[in-house]
Each structure stands twice: as C-alpha cells, then as structure tokens.
Design a protein around this ligand. Structure first.
Ligand code: FMN
Length: 324
C-alpha cells in the first residue's frame, strides 16, 4: 500500500488544497497526500465547488480523499463516486471535533456508537473496488483505551485497510500532548496498519516517534502547513544528521499565490490564502504583524500585494534555514 515508514500529509480543512500539495511536491513530495475533508452530501449534489475539493493533483496515485458526513447511504454513494476517479484511497473522518460537525452527528460523533461505525465501514467497503478504505480518528470521547481498541478492531473486521490515529480525546482539541503510547499499544493488537499522528514538529520529534512507538507511517499536519518543505527536510536529515535546509520563503509564497487561483474557485481565494499564511508567517520574524495585515485584507489581490510588498520592505526575511 505504502512504505512502513511513510510520511503522510494530514487532511486539513481549507489547507490541504492542491496548491499546498503542489508546494510539498515541489520539494520532493511525500508518500501519501490527504485532501481536506469533503462533505458527502455536497459531493453528491455536485455543488459548484466540488471539483476543487476532488482535484487529485499533484500526484493522483498517492492521493486519499477524505469524506465527512453522518449518513451511511450518502457516504457509500460518495465513496462509489470517488472510486471511479484517480486516486489511492478513500478515508472517512471519525475524528473531527469541530462543534458544527459533531452537532451534525459527523466526525468524532461516529465514535459514540461502534455498531453504527461498523455499518458505515461495511457499506463503504462494499462500494470501493479500486481504492483503499481508511478511517481517521481521535482517541474518542473519553480516555478509554479498551473502548478505542475494540472500536478499531471492529473497523478492521469490516475490511478497513488502515487507520490513522490522532490520539487526543474529543474535548482536548490541541491541548496536552498526543498520547503516542496509544499508537504503540494499538498497533500491537490491530491486524491492519496504524498511522500515528500528532505533534511532529521537528526532526527530533519525528525520529523519536518512529523509534519509540513505531507505526505504519507518520502523518503530519501543522508542521507541513508551516513548512511545505518539512517532509523533504526530514528525509534528508535522516541521511545526514548535520543537514540544514535553506529555503527561499519569498519564492515559496509567490509560488503559492500563483498556484491557489489555478485550483480554487474565486469565492475561496481569500479564506484559503489567509488560512495558509496563518501557518506560513510563523517562519518569519515579526510574522504575526504580516499575518494581521493579511487577515485584514478585503480580497485575494490585496493579500498578494501585501505579501509581495513585505519581502520588498524586509529583504532580509527572504531566506530561512531549517535546522531542527
Ligand atoms: C487547520 C486544521 C484543519 C484540520 N482539518 C482536518 C480535516 O479536514 N480532517 C481531519 O481528519 N483532520 C483535520 N485536522 C486534524 C489534522 O489532520 C491532525 O490530526 C492534527 O492537526 C494533528 O496533527 P499535527 O500535530 O501534525 O498537526 C485539521 C487540523 C488543522 C490544524
């Protein structure tokens, strides 16, 4: 399916667009790219924005589409639709804890009812002929490893090919560290690969998680949004511990601003650019000031100008050396 030490780009709403995936690819790529979550209902209605969600670029063979929804029949129909498109797999979101998603009985709400989750997995399995089936989840509503492991075993019995675990419980959002010991323990009892996810932000944290907890691959979200070169950096530093990577931030920002309109509908450009620069600005000294300016922009064109002007005004910010 993919290598045991696979590097996987996490699904992130409004972030893991083809534009961000292209930036990752520019630096050498990763082993698997997730899309952001895609609403089953909207996909089936073939709404005006759906083509941008399911665009498989830049490496269709490594792409996993992530679905979100609460209705088993709609989810199965959406999976069937995606099964006929280019791509590696279809994932189902059982981890999102955003209040509007949970209220709609989707995301982590699936973890409340193992039988319902199994029925969904079985329905998806039946419709997927060419794609892998995976599920991404949190540790659950409560901190209860026995419940989590029974839940995951049930999914495996219904034919799920792999599971990605972000081991925080529902109410934790990003507070406290992810429970990577759950990744290690769950991996031992599951008959299918388990991908670990959460808090990999440096080479040392990646190497540590690989060595101490093992897993069928490691999924990275926020660090890749800040630094689309992060996967390339990890691979090279693995070969040479003294490796440092100097990145032309201005070139990356320009490339993103060029890529985004190629893949996103006009209505999404401002919000998606703001979401990307929220993370990207963390590479810059005084980046918060730039982000506030970007956030106050009325449209994409002004964001573009603000970013380009910044590098004219502060040419010393152009290069960053990634060391850790
Ligand atoms: C802005 C943002 C959007 C996210 N959207 C999704 C999503 O659409 N689907 C999903 O399963 N997880 C989503 N997540 C969770 C990430 O996939 C990942 O599990 C989490 O960020 C922990 O990994 P990290 O520490 O490497 O960032 C999102 C996270 C962030 C920060």
């Amino acid at each position: 399916m993919f290598p045991r030490d696979a590097l996987i780009l996490a699904p992130m709403a409004a972030l893991t667009t083809p534009a961000l995936r292209w930036l990752v690819k520019d630096f050498g790529g990763c082993d698997v790219y997730f899309t952001e979550m895609i609403s089953c209902a909207a996909l089936l209605q073939r709404g005006p924005y759906e083509d941008s969600y399911i665009n498989p670029e830049p490496e269709p063979d490594k792409l996993v589409y992530q679905l979100v929804g609460s209705d088993i029949e709609k989810a199965a129909a959406a999976a069937e639709f995606l099964d006929e498109r280019p791509g590696l797999g279809v994932d189902f979101n059982m981890g999102c804890s955003a209040p509007e998603i949970v209220r709609a009985n989707a995301g982590v709400a699936w973890m409340k009812d193992p039988r319902r989750a199994r029925s969904l997995a079985a329905a998806l399995r039946k419709r997927l002929k060419t794609k892998t089936l995976s599920v991404k989840l949190r540790a659950g509503y409560e901190d209860n490893f026995e419940y989590l492991s029974a839940f995951c075993r049930g999914l495996a019995e219904e034919g799920v090919d792999f599971i990605s675990l972000h081991p925080r419980i529902k109410k934790e959002k990003f507070s406290r560290l992810a429970r990577w010991d759950y990744v290690a323990a769950l991996k031992e009892i599951l008959p299918i690969p388990l991908i670990g996810n959460g808090d990999v932000k440096t080479f040392a944290s990646w190497a540590d998680k690989k060595e101490r907890y093992g897993s069928g691959g490691i999924m990275i979200g926020r660090a890749a949004a800040r630094a689309p070169w992060f996967f390339a950096f990890l691979r090279q530093k693995e070969k040479d511990p003294a490796f440092q990577m100097t990145v032309d931030l201005e070139a990356v920002a320009e490339r993103f601003l060029d890529l985004l309109p190629r893949f996103q509908p006009e209505d999404f450009l401002k919000s998606r650019a703001q979401r990307f620069f929220f993370w990207f600005c963390r590479n810059l000294a005084f980046g918060h000031g730039l982000f506030v300016s970007i956030n106050n922009c009325k449209n994409f064109e002004t964001i573009k100008k603000t970013v380009l002007d910044y590098f004219v005004q502060y040419p010393e910010m152009r290069y960053k050396t990634e060391k850790n």
